[in-house]
Design a protein around this ligand. Structure first.
Ligand code: UDP
Ligand code: MG
Length: 311
């Protein structure tokens, strides 16, 4: 019998779990031709998530949990999940019921057809501030323009991955993780199912504007070196303009002589170039910071406990 794992990263989800589990149970009931595993990753929750998970495991042996030593963030928690998951395929989903569990059944159908990476595409983005929506779409446009790999908008982490995909993802152990890009990067036979994103059922979203902006910058910097090229390009353009201007000044001086003038022009040009240089240095700095983090070669997460066993 094929084994299907459901991977759910949880951060402060004590109120979502009692709602989520019965829904998952329904799905498992309807599909008894599979072995099921639900792997919860407790990503350093500050509430009773861990106690809840322990209780769930006591009542249902298909439930496993991994407790991380602190909050490492969803991206890292997902890698922890890839390491510990045992199924022939894995479905990644959120704990807050924004990802309707019934979609899993559609995904499994596609998996049986031979697809290896089945992502769920949101039909609507749910309730969301207009500015955030616009920024998000703009971000995808920029990211798409700057990389050859197709990165899909309106697609989150809700997806089914074949064991082969998981093994590939496990080999990508960088600490600055942009998993959504990695799913695209690894390739494999992809298809999609559609779903209607619900509202968060309990608890609060742990993303705020700042962390989303952070993730967006992470996405671009960790996935492309396009900003570096952009800085170079701007440098060339400015140098070219400066060269023409220089020629103009020289010729002007030779023909008409030079009444000293143009101090404001000089100042504004210097300031403009100075600003540009700071931006370029900043961009380079972003990459150097990542090299710095990556060379430390620290583990991406630290696990404390797996099903009552201390690690
Ligand atoms: N999550 C996590 N670690 C974190 C933040 C979030 O494991 O540091 C989990 C969270 O418990 C949920 C999923 O990631 O299952 C998505 O989080 P959330 O619902 O807050 O994000 P949103 O739906 O607003 O994008
Ligand atoms: Mg959510």
């Amino acid at each position: 019998m094929k084994k299907v794992s459901i991977l759910i990263p949880c951060y402060n989800e004590e109120n979502s779990l009692p709602l989520l589990y019965p829904e998952l149970q329904k799905v498992m009931q309807q599909n008894k031709n599979y072995d099921w595993e639900i792997l919860f990753i407790n990503d350093g929750s500050r509430d009773n998530t861990l106690q809840n998970l322990k209780q769930l495991r006591a009542s249902d042996s298909r439930i496993n949990y991994l407790d991380l030593s602190r909050n490492f963030g969803k991206e890292n928690a997902m890698l922890a999940g890839f390491d510990y998951v045992t199924g022939d395929c894995v479905i990644i989903m959120d704990a807050d019921l924004q990802h309707p569990p019934m979609t899993i059944i559609d995904m499994l159908k596609k998996w049986e057809e031979g697809y290896e990476d089945i992502y769920a595409r949101r039909l609507t983005r749910g309730k969301e501030p207009i500015l955030r929506k616009w920024l998000s779409l703009t971000f995808y446009k920029i990211l798409q323009k700057s990389t050859k790999i197709e990165i899909l908008p309106n697609v989150g982490d809700f997806r089914l991955l074949d064991r082969r995909c998981i093994e590939s993802l496990k080999r990508m152990r960088e600490s600055e993780r942009y998993t959504k890009g990695m799913f695209c990067w690894i390739g494999y036979k992809k298809t999609f199912v559609e779903f209607e994103q619900g509202e968060r059922q309990a608890g609060t979203s742990s993303w705020n504007f700042r962390s989303l902006l952070g993730l967006a910058i992470e996405g671009i910097i960790s996935f492309t070196t396009f900003p570096l090229r952009f800085a170079t390009l701007i440098g060339f353009i400015i140098s070219f303009i400066a060269l023409i201007y220089m020629a103009y000044v020289i010729i002007k001086t030779i023909i008409w002589g030079d009444p000293v003038a143009g101090f404001p022009t000089l100042l504004s040009v210097i300031l403009f170039l100075g600003g540009g240089q700071f931006i370029a240095i900043g961009i380079i700095g972003e990459y150097i910071a990542r090299i710095f983090h990556e060379t430390k070669n620290r583990p991406v997460y630290i696990a404390r406990e797996y099903n009552d066993m201390l690690i």
